[in-house]
Design a protein around this ligand. Sequence first.
Ligand code: M6R
Length: 610
Amino acid sequence: MCGIVGYIGEQDATSILLNGLKRLEYRGYDSAGVAVVNGGLTVKKRVGKVSVLDRVLQTEPVSGTVGIGHTRWATHGAPNDLNAHPHTDEDGEIALIHNGIIENYAALKKKLAADGYTFRSETDTEVLVVLIRAFYDELGDMAKAFRYALKQVVGAYGIAMVSAFDPNRLYVARNGSPLAIGIGDGEFIVASDASAIVQHTRQVVYLDDGEMAVIERDRYVTKRIDDDTTVDKEVEEVEFDLAEIEKGGYDHFMLKEIFEQPETIRNAMRGRLDSEASTVRLGGLMNVIDRLRDAQRLIIVGCGTSFHAGLVGEYLIEGLAGIPVEVEYASEFRYRDPIITKDDIVIAISQSGETSDTLAALREAKRRGAMTLGIVNVVGSSIARETDAGVYSHAGPEIGVASTKAFTSQLMVLALMAVKLARMKRMSASEGEAVLAALRELPEKVEYALSRHEQIQEIAKAYAQAPNFLYLGRGYNYPVALEGALKLKEISYIHAEGYPAAEMKHGPIALIDENMPVVFIAAQDGVYNKVVSNIEEVRARNGRVIAITNEGNQQIEGLAEHVIYVPETLPFLSPIINVLPLQLLSYYMAVERGCNVDQPRNLAKSVTVE
Ligand code: M6R
């Protein structure tokens, strides 16, 4: 949520900031702006996408070698020029960008106003920069002013600041919202994630909560905000390549990421299949695997698509390994005073590793003494660092706001975990061998399922104007129905609901008429015949059925208006294949409707506010 970038070095800051903002735009796209030190401070900011700011900067160039840039996902105040970041103090001598929420901004604003300070915007961020100015007026020391102001702030932030008073320094801080410092040769580039840094350097330092850094061209110092003590930070290497964060010839990141899935699924199991022992090897869980095996209960927390992966995880781990699992929205878990004991294991699932609610749920679980595990995609992210152990999903950078490849990689990791635990408990070696064989075949099957994209594009054309959709599935494919509905909602703005198929008759069936498309996930598994009955019920009410089923299942032809065939696999792996047509359907529907696929309205990739 909100992209932050900052630069200090010898090069032209504006172009580096703009490039960084383009890479970070998936984090928010309500407005964009830069502030560059050049004698004084020049600020340019506009409502709209980074491209709008880009055009402004072409006609009104700003030069300088120190600056900050921001792309906004609005929290306080409507998206407009005035509320766009950077924000400055009244005299325009200190500029600040912020990702997060200052919760006590109203009280701070009242006090500052009483002291004679004035405000132009409706944002919480402006209050913070004015507070820094107030401390600077009192102390005449920018580092102190920055730190003292932050000590008064309650809330979450990743911030960067430049000032005309201190033109050769860049200030950054973090509390709850990510911030990385890229270390170049005589230059530093800071950003809310490494995608804006990797073009310049692979060496990064990730700030932890409660830390700040003062950066000059040839050095930086990291400190604790509360007591000013210096912290030695480990320099880490960014693993991904530039090509991974570019579109590579596809029209949209989402489409590219959908088609990357044969490879990302391969990556999720690379080095993790142990043929000799007919089991799975998960290095990240090595030290905790016995505790996992003996756990009385696992609790999975996540949000959005990651929550849906968790639901599949529940079916997987209970079904294969016989360990009780509960799945909860992280946002509910964190505030509802959950009963957790030190015998519980809480598993946080997150693509970004930065989702505020998931991070808070994880911290709550820790506070109550539970062991915590992570299934995370972004290496070095907050959740990855704060969990006791975990497994990376290795999907590579996911830029499209709608999560696709990260979901199937999460499912892969959950399946691997379930198989590992099952083999330790009740799955025989020969069953293990069969599972490994099915896993090895999966990338090709995924590729085959994706090769059906033209048929799905045709279906999307036929239904692009439908106002509502229902998605129904059972068993392992019930969460897939939820995920299909979420995908459609978020990128094509069509109202869609996902349900366990049998629940339809307890309410949603009232919606069914000749205008209601109903997508059934009708995998030929133990509940297939039940799903067929549900299809009949929809047909009897003239609903328009789109069915996803296995190759060779001709029975369904007579029941559905459209049948999308996918390769068969083991039932517990079927969500990984069945979700693919749903991803493609939502993508093509959004394209047909002229929606901005990669940057759907009101959304942002990483939700770092509550
Ligand atoms: O980064 P996370 O996996 O923690 O993100 C959780 C959700 O915000 C995310 O899955 C969201 O629902 C996606 N936009 C769905 O496509």
